[in-house]
Ligand binder design. Structure first.
Ligand code: SAH
Length: 505
């Protein structure tokens, strides 16, 4: 297994600075013993203009088998007549894989963390880099290789390697010759990309994936994985498709993303006073957030709900209102953001609350994109300004988790009406109301989504405007109130892929 990393020098910096950054002297070849063989680091070229470091891992295939590892988990070899032989004669010694990734992190551990006492400013700055891996097993082919590396700022060349150079008619092998180039990345970023993506492309791990792999993935993925478009594939392959770990990792990545999203603009529009298009009044109209909570409470009271879910409860404003009305006997607030829940808990004073009051309310962390048994058996669920925070492709998973699985009798959903945005004086044209909104719908888009959801799960739905209903563009907030048709109570209908997705965990 072989990998090279090259950089170019410039007037101010000799290329051989790479030796400092990797903590390996360019003048000598070094050998390290790793748990699966011997790793060599040497420099085929090291001068002021160009410096190339090579990592060669000599895998001890016999030792690998003796250790009881390396059985090619997930490769479908088990049971094949030549399975025993395949344990010894396989691509392990040649093809870059999780073994190489482990060697990389062992041999270049400081570089991976971006630590360099001798050249700290070089470690922190982007470098011209070229990485070559002559034999990379790429499940998913060159296209997937590009999809994984290009969003990270690499220029990618991934040439399929022929099965046999003398018999081109045999076609390509599953290996590619990989070359990556970038001038925008630090060495540590580059190494962390390789550490995660080499085993992802190989799609097999030579060792049992323990729960601490989630921590390793999040550490190595810091700064790039939370926003990578192929995050799900990367996470699930890296964790060898262990769904409970994948789910855990995805939820934690979502937390990071939300924490990073700029929430300084949260609520600015919500607290703005909607233009009252009706008759002039002396009284100051109420902010939209207040009108929305009033509309939701009215719908819940009308439905006779006592046990209520506040899904995506955020900082607990609605939970506070629900607590004020004793007809709501049990309130469960759910949010994916631990931070929001901590704020909610503090603001509601959960720890200072009397026993009777405290018994009525609970806040739990959870993601609405997954089915959750804790959400079953409630009278009503509220999704107030939540759906637009999910990527559209994940919305069917939420739909199934709420309407198909939790299945309360009443569901109240609110979301912005994008048509109204032209009426907000402070909102630049074409902008969403909040930086984290993945979409904002017109009245027609929301109506057709709501009708489809109701149809799929046996609910009836009614649409209610919230805020002044502008004759041209409609109200600022749109609300859908779903009721489970009595003849449908208890029957969960399936929505194909969405169910699988939601239950993947
Ligand atoms: N319901 C509140 C907060 C809306 S902001 C209100 O009306 O004011 C959207 C909330 O949804 C945030 O708190 C966010 O953390 C939460 N959220 C976003 N995606 C989520 C998911 N997949 N699972 C659970 N909560 C989610």
């Amino acid at each position: 297994m072989f990998l090279t990393i090259s950089t170019r020098g410039d007037a101010a910096h000799p290329a051989t600075d790479l030796g400092y950054l990797l903590h390996k002297h360019p003048g000598k070849a070094q050998t390290f013993s790793t748990s699966h063989g011997t790793a060599h680091v040497f420099y085929p070229q090291a001068d002021d203009a160009v410096c190339t470091a090579a990592l060669l891992l000599e895998v001890d295939a016999v030792a690998l088998v003796r250790k009881g590892k390396g059985k090619g988990k997930g490769r479908g070899r088990g049971g094949a007549p030549d399975a025993a032989l395949a344990q010894y004669v396989n691509d392990r010694p040649y093809a870059a894989s999780s073994l190489l990734a482990v060697a990389l992190s062992g041999v270049f551990s400081s570089a991976l963390r971006g630590v360099c006492a001798a050249r700290p400013e070089r470690a922190a700055a982007p470098l011209p880099l070229r990485v070559e891996v002559p034999a990379l097993p790429a499940r998913g082919g060159p296209d997937l290789v590009r999809k994984l590396f290009e969003p990270l700022g690499w220029t990618v060349s991934a040439e399929p390697v022929a099965l046999d150079a003398e018999f081109p008619e045999w076609g390509d092998s599953r290996y590619v010759r990989l070359a990556l180039e970038s001038e925008a990345l630090t060495l540590a970023e580059a190494l962390r990309h390789l550490y995660v993506l080499l085993p992802v492309l190989d799609d097999a791990k030579h060792y049992w994936v323990a729960p601490d792999e989630v921590d390793k993935l999040l550490r190595a993925g810091e700064g790039w994985l939370p926003t990578h478009p192929e995050q799900k594939l990367i996470t699930s392959r890296y964790l060898s498709r262990r769904w409970s770990l994948t789910r855990q990792a995805m939820e934690r990545l979502e937390l990071v993303r939300l924490a990073e999203a700029d929430d300084s603009e949260v609520e600015t529009i919500d607290n703005a006073v909607p233009e009252d298009t009706g008759a002039e009044t002396e009284e100051k109209p109420a902010p939209l957030a207040v009108l929305r909570r009033e509309a939701i409470l009215a719908a819940l009271r009308e439905a006779g709900a006592a046990r209520v879910l506040d899904l995506g409860c955020g900082q607990g404003e609605l939970v506070r209102e629900l607590l004020r009305d004793t007809r709501f006997t049990e309130i469960l607030g759910v949010d994916v953001s631990v931070r929001a829940l901590a704020i909610a808990s503090r603001r509601l004073g959960l720890d200072r609350m009397g026993e009777r009051q405290a018994a009525r309310v609970r806040l739990v962390q959870g993601s609405l994109a997954y089915t959750d048994r804790r959400l079953k058996g409630y009278d009503a669920a509220v999704l107030s300004e939540v759906i637009e925070h999910l990527d559209l492709p994940r919305l069917p998973a939420l739909e199934y988790a709420v309407f198909g699985h939790a299945r309360p009798r009443t569901v109240v959903v609110t979301t912005p009406n994008v048509e109204y945005n032209v009426r907000w004086e402070t909102l630049p044209a074409g902008h969403a109301r909040h930086g984290d909104h993945r979409f904002e719908w017109t009245r027609e888009e929301f109506r057709s989504w709501a009708a489809a959801v109701a149809g799929r799960h046996g609910y009836e739905v009614r649409l209610v405007p919230v805020g002044p209903d502008d004759p041209e563009v409609g109200p600022p907030t749109q609300m859908a109130v779903f009721h489970l048709g009595t003849e449908n109570a208890g029957t969960a209908r399936k929505t194909d892929g969405a169910q699988k997705e939601a239950e993947a965990a």
